[in-house]
Each structure stands twice: as structure tokens, then as C-alpha cells.
Ligand binder design. Structure first.
Ligand SMILES: [Zn+2]
Length: 126
């Protein structure tokens, strides 16, 4: 199994609504870029609860992901935009990869917190 397949499986386990284009993995000398699209069906507006929601384009967000082979990894995520015809409210698709309006993925946050949560004595720190 190649590295790109492993990354794709890892992302699909966390967020099953992702779709990947044919060339979704791009590696340059300094950074790795992964491209994906997040879309799903939605019928009810979460603000006015009417059933008049349409898909209303996409917006690309950049999520910092865990480093792969010690290279910084950025997930270029095209999020589905929704619009309610009744109240004209627009919003983006939500994902479990990152918190709302956060550009750091939850996986990257956990990778920072886990080493800090282990017990270390003063000899290891000094
Ligand atoms: Zn609405």
C-alpha cells in the first residue's frame, strides 16, 4: 500500500464525506499538499428549519495536517456551501477533521498534546 493510499484511508476514516480528485497528492521539497472535496446532502436549514436548502458553490479552506515524512502537510479542502431560500442564510459544510472556524486539524492538536501528557521526571527535561 502506497503512502498516498494510507493518507486517503486515514482521512476517510475520520471523515467519510470526503471525495478525492485523481491527482489529490502533491509533494514539493518543503510541503505536502493534499486536495479533497467535502460535500453531503442537506435538506433542512439549521437556522429556520425549512426544507429549502440548496447547494451554493464551494469554498476552499487550508487545514494544517500532521506532518508526513517530517514535511508539513496542508489539506486543501473544498467545502460545500449551502444556502437556505427561505432565510437567505449561507453556511459551509462541517467536518470532524477540524473544529468550527479552526485551521489546525484535530489530529495535529492531538499529536501536540499526547507527548505533553506523559509523566516526565526532571532528569529527562534537563
Ligand atoms: Zn433558513
Amino acid at each position: 500500500m502506497s503512502l498516498t493510499c494510507i493518507v486517503q484511508d486515514l482521512l476517510l476514516n475520520e471523515e467519510p464525506n470526503l471525495e478525492f480528485p485523481t491527482n489529490y497528492y502533491e509533494e514539493s521539497p518543503k510541503v505536502i499538499r493534499i486536495f479533497a472535496k467535502l460535500t453531503y446532502k442537506l435538506t433542512v436549514c439549521h437556522q429556520c428549519h425549512h426544507r429549502s436548502v440548496i447547494k451554493y458553490g464551494f469554498k476552499t479552506v487550508h487545514l494544517r495536517f500532521t506532518p508526513i515524512n517530517d514535511k508539513p502537510t496542508i489539506l486543501y479542502l473544498r467545502k460545500q456551501r449551502f444556502m437556505c431560500h427561505h432565510c437567505n442564510h449561507t453556511w459551509l459544510a462541517r467536518t470532524s477533521l477540524a473544529d468550527f472556524r479552526c485551521q489546525i486539524s484535530n489530529r495535529l492538536k492531538r499529536s501536540f498534546i499526547n507527548p505533553l501528557s506523559t509523566d516526565r521526571n526532571l532528569n529527562e527535561i534537563a
